[in-house]
Design a protein around this ligand. Structure first.
Ligand code: ZN
Length: 277
């Protein structure tokens, strides 16, 4: 089952993408046979509920919402109170949208600390403090480990194993992980880790590819089939751990796919999904 993460169309970042409205995205995805869509908060504004209903009326599922604010690190909001307030708002938005998966990108090392261990503890604490609130709104929280190349400022969780360990520490039912090809493709321990620890814990699976000659860690993701990730093997690891949800195409690509007509991008994803994933 294929879903679109709207980051793939670029419009969630200023100055990028074709500027499609959520309604345009929904209609074209429905026409092309996608099963669901994951939105970004920025697209919703105060229309979360309306956009959720519109998506379901078109026969699609709202697969998820991206994402919570950074919980730690130099890119996080300046105070703990602001972070926690925005975290609660993101949960409310996911509930209004009618999705049960909200993705968490942890944020990097907390200013004043070195390494990632202290920051991981802060993330665990902050997630634990909102977990019950999220559960009351039927929202599951998906910790997404990011490629170590992003650990300077965007993440303190770099592997599926670390994210699963954090889940165990938090110890509640509605906190799990998201697996994104871009972040885990290099990890030769992934199969074993997921097999041993991830049963029932995987809340999302994100597709793209890692380009051999990538020019930007954040905004030069490849289309499936254009890179070096073993897409079939990773999907197999995820599904062997019991994941039955969507494969969600999430391609940040400022210089290539974001410059193309979204119709072409969305059709290409369908073709590549069938051929390579
Ligand atoms: Zn992702």
């Amino acid at each position: 089952m294929l879903a679109l993460n709207t980051a793939t169309l670029g419009h969630n970042l200023d100055g990028h993408g074709a500027g499609w409205t959520p309604e345009e995205v929904i209609d074209v995805c429905a026409a092309l046979g996608y099963g669901g869509i994951t939105f970004w908060r920025r697209e919703l504004g105060r229309r979360a509920q309306q956009i959720g209903e519109r998506t379901r009326a078109a026969g699609l599922e709202v697969v998820g919402l991206c994402r919570t604010p950074f919980l730690t690190g130099p890119l996080a909001l300046p105070s703990e109170r602001e972070i926690m307030d925005d975290l609660h708002r993101s949960i409310d938005q996911a509930a209004a949208l009618g999705t049960n998966v909200l993705t968490i990108v942890s944020g990097g090392p907390e200013p004043g600390t070195k390494g990632v261990v202290e920051s991981q503890k802060i993330v665990a604490d902050r997630v634990a403090r909102v977990a019950e609130f999220a559960a009351s709104r039927n929202v599951n929280l998906a910790l997404e480990p990011l490629n170590p190349a992003m650990a300077g400022n965007r993440t303190c969780l770099m592997t599926a194993a670390e994210a699963l360990t954090l889940c165990d520490q938090i110890g509640v039912q509605n906190v799990g992980i998201a697996i994104d090809v871009y972040h885990v493709w290099w990890d030769t321990t992934l199969h074993d880790t997921l097999k041993a620890q991830a049963k029932g814990r995987i809340l999302g699976y994100h597709l793209c590819d890692w380009l051999a000659d990538t020019s930007d860690m954040l905004l030069d993701r490849g289309m499936m089939g254009d890179g070096v990730a073993d897409l079939r093997s990773i999907r197999c690891a995820v599904e062997n751990a019991g994941y039955t949800g969507y494969c969600e195409a999430e391609i940040f690509s400022a210089e290539n796919w974001w410059k193309r007509d979204p119709h072409e991008v969305l059709k290409t994803i369908v073709k590549r999904f069938r051929k390579f994933c």
